[in-house]
Design a protein around this ligand. Structure first.
Ligand code: C2E
Ligand code: CA
Ligand code: CA
Length: 400
């Protein structure tokens, strides 16, 4: 018996002297050492050359997964060990999700380690053959890294040149069709590439430190513009602003928001901060910033509700004011009975918890009518208006 599973978890326990994996085997997982020590050795001729001892809190067996080559060494338990198993799928996903530059860095580190190891090894034919797969993976990783670095530089330049602007989409009362507020959505009018939507740059922006100054600008610009509209239309529209995780981690986030708000004399409860589950995964600091905003009267909306893994548990864990039902559900309320039941259940849940509910992505009259019959009060979508620049609304006195 080479190992036995811990009853309830993905831990494995090995006795001293047991082989955890052998050189040249295909790798299907990596291990984090919770207790005990593991000896990593290289085989040369008939001899095992010890190269490393891995102890508590260290990871091993990851190389074969990251560069998709067979195990380059043998791992044997030096003492009784308790190891947490990180599956190929799980590690792969984490590496793929990492910043492209970090991913490239990882691949390079592993390539160098393999090279160092192979200097004491007689190379096998298989290893030579696999070299081409490794080079291809590395080339892809380096292309992505270059793209990410370039995009970040372009975003910085564009921000300096004032190429970003805010668009506003009305949020309307479903029965009145009158706008009660607007959601601020960023656009990039690139001098070289034309108009670019957030899907072209938002991920890169959120990964970069530029999110902080650009996030501040988004808040300032949105409050300035909504103030202009409020004065012109003599209507106290609410403004919904998308907030990224990175912004909430800044120590002066609340202070900056408050200072912008007071410049334009907008009440805190007329500002909705739209956050996603991603924000909530940031831990205590982000949650504290959200809580401080709520104490000051800001409304907090959970965006894209229903698309994540744990939306419902977040309803219990943090205080919210609004949930926005994702377009994935509203789009299909007429054609897909499961979407209809899910949308209805979300609306019922919101009502039971005393939360405002906004249906996103309403494109047709039929869907709007169906949502009304479900008890939905507020909605947003192309049927009522696409996101537009401020100047679009300046001549329009009834916005929706
Ligand atoms: P979101 O916050 O869920 O914004 C709603 C998106 O749905 C917007 O896409 C909007 O244009 C689109 N939309 C609205 N109604 C309809 C409809 O009826 N049909 C269809 N097909 N689409 C509709 P957009 O502007 O491309 O923004 C995409 C995402 O980028 C946003 O999703 C948000 O997550 C992010 N984003 C946009 N602006 C900002 C920003 O200023 N700050 C941050 N942090 N994120 C932003
Ligand atoms: Ca949003
Ligand atoms: Ca959304």
């Amino acid at each position: 018996m080479p190992y036995y599973f811990d009853m309830s978890t993905n831990y494995r326990n090995y006795f001293a002297g047991e082989t955890i994996f052998a050189q040249d085997e295909p790798g299907d997982c990596a291990y984090i050492v919770e207790s005990g020590r593991v000896l990593i050795s290289l085989q040369r001729d008939d001899q095992m050359l010890p190269i490393l001892v891995v102890g508590q809190g260290e990871i091993f067996g990851e190389m074969a997964i990251i560069d998709r080559l067979p195990r380059s060494a043998t791992a044997v338990a030096l003492e009784d060990c308790r190891l947490c198993v990180v599956s190929r799928g799980s590690l792969d996903e984490r590496v793929q999700r990492a910043d492209p530059v970090v991913r490239l860095l990882l691949m390079m580190c592993i390539k160098r380690m393999r090279k160092m190891n192979s200097e004491v090894l007689i190379k096998t034919v298989d290893l030579e053959e696999n070299q081409s797969i490794q080079d291809l993976n590395q080339m892809r990783a380096s292309q992505e890294a270059v793209r990410a670095v370039k995009l970040e530089a372009q975003i910085a330049e564009a921000f300096k040149n004032g190429e970003f602007c805010m668009y506003y989409q009305p949020i309307v009362g479903l029965s009145t069709r009158v706008a009660t507020g607007f959601e601020a959505l960023i656009r990039w009018h690139s001098a070289t590439q034309g108009a670019l939507g957030p899907h072209m740059f938002m991920d890169a922006l959120e990964e970069s430190a530029l999110m902080v100054p650009i996030g501040k600008w988004i808040i300032e610009q949105s409050l300035k513009d909504i103030n202009t509209l409020r004065v012109l239309h003599k209507t106290n529209y609410t403004i919904s602003i998308n907030i990224s995780a990175r912004q909430l981690l800044e120590p002066d986030f609340v202070e900056h928001l408050e200072s912008c708000r007071s410049s334009y004399k907008i009440r805190a409860d007329e500002i909705k901060l739209e956050i996603t589950e991603r924000v909530l995964l940031q831990g205590e600091v982000a949650l504290c910033a959200i809580e401080s905003c709520r104490k000051l009267g800001y409304k907090v909306a959970l965006d894209d509700f229903g698309t994540g893994y744990s939306s419902i548990s977040y309803l219990r864990e943090i205080e919210l004011d609004v949930i926005k039902v994702d377009r994935a559900f509203t789009l299909h309320v007429l054609s897909h009975s499961k979407s209809k039941h899910i949308t209805q259940s979300i609306m019922d849940l919101a009502r039971a918890l005393g939360l405002e509910c906004i249906a996103e992505g309403v494109e047709t009259e039929e869907v709007a009518k169906e949502l009304v019959s479900m008890g939905c009060v507020l909605a947003q979508g192309y049927l009522f208006g696409k996101p537009e620049a401020l100047k679009h609304y300046l001549g329009v006195h009834s916005a929706a």
